[in-house]
Write a protein that binds this ligand. Structure first.
Ligand SMILES: [Zn+2]
Length: 109
């Protein structure tokens, strides 16, 4: 199990979860995708097509930032970025696992 973190698309609060390292993330969305079944974070998160999060913010104390969040662009528009330490907003968002490779639609240039 590895700990991965996601940030809420609404408010940017960071939520962390333990899950199998073999799973790959495709996207985080505000709404569930069609034909996807989502598991609660307290359930078997590897059973479904994704995870349903409730934005609770960082409940584990210090957030372990993943990746390259070093780029400090001063206020990059209104795009919500990760905001560790922020309280959650209580809304629900969805992590979608990467599944079979996407179909190649049309020519790629
Ligand atoms: Zn939130």
């Amino acid at each position: 199990m590895v700990e991965v973190t996601y940030h809420c698309p609404y408010c940017g609060a960071v939520t962390s979860i333990d899950r199998a390292p073999s799973l790959q993330d495709a996207s985080v969305t505000r709404h569930p995708l069609a034909d996807h079944e989502y598991a609660a974070t307290t359930a078997d998160v590897e059973a479904g097509d994704g995870i349903e999060f409730v934005c609770l913010g960082d409940v584990g104390g210090e957030a372990t930032a993943t990746g390259n969040a070093r780029s400090q662009s001063s206020t990059a528009g209104d795009r919500a970025g990760p905001r560790p330490g922020r309280d959650g907003c209580g809304r629900t968002f969805y992590l979608n696992y990467r599944q079979s490779p996407p179909p190649t639609v049309g020519p790629t240039r």
